[in-house]
Ligand binder design. Sequence first.
Ligand SMILES: NC(=O)c1ccc[n+]([C@@H]2O[C@H](COP(=O)([O-])OP(=O)(O)OC[C@H]3O[C@@H](n4cnc5c(N)ncnc54)[C@H](OP(=O)(O)O)[C@@H]3O)[C@@H](O)[C@H]2O)c1
Length: 174
Amino acid sequence: MLGFIGGTGPEGMGLAARFALTGELVLIGSRSPDRAAEAVARLRAMLPEAQVDGGRNEEVAARAEVVFLTIPYDGQLELLPKLARATAGKIVVSTVSALKVEKGRVFARPVPRTVFTEVPGVRVLVEGEGLRWLLEVTSELAPLVRTLARFPVCDLEVVRPSLAEVFRRGTVVV
Ligand SMILES: NC(=O)c1ccc[n+]([C@@H]2O[C@H](COP(=O)([O-])OP(=O)(O)OC[C@H]3O[C@@H](n4cnc5c(N)ncnc54)[C@H](OP(=O)(O)O)[C@@H]3O)[C@@H](O)[C@H]2O)c1
């Protein structure tokens, strides 16, 4: 039994339809039971033989054996904690991509400057047009790393301070 969280969009519907064609029971999840029911009806109309059901994302996550995340990147922070208990111990497949598509062009999502200003002990030394940052970190790294975990960081380089700087500061390059 395969569940599709946010399965009402093109990615979830496309995957669910293909799995349904192989005989799998697919469950379409949504924040709204009405939208889930509409999507289920569309799939049934398209594939009359398919085994399809649906409901709220939380219900689908609880019923499914394997859970596919097919929601936009920005929706994860709010939705995923609500699914933690229902998905514990299950295989969770994320199709979520952090890329933003606008008018056919694909962009990486920059980390907003406010992210760094909200972490104590972090100072921006070089602002790299949102993509590459040089930061001075004079506190534990853990709060910064936890904050950055909300964003699609592809590289994190920690540069140890020189002996002369040891008692003054550490520097981290993002
Ligand atoms: N489409 C593709 O070809 C493709 C290919 C590769 C990867 N992906 C990735 O797959 C994911 C889904 O793509 P998609 O094109 O299907 O996306 P989408 O149409 O924008 O969203 C899919 C579903 O997610 C739910 N949703 C929207 N905003 C949400 C929010 N803030 N919080 C929780 N749920 C929300 C909506 O369902 P309800 O309103 O019914 O809850 C929506 O129908 C994305 O991360 C995308 O980057 C897509």
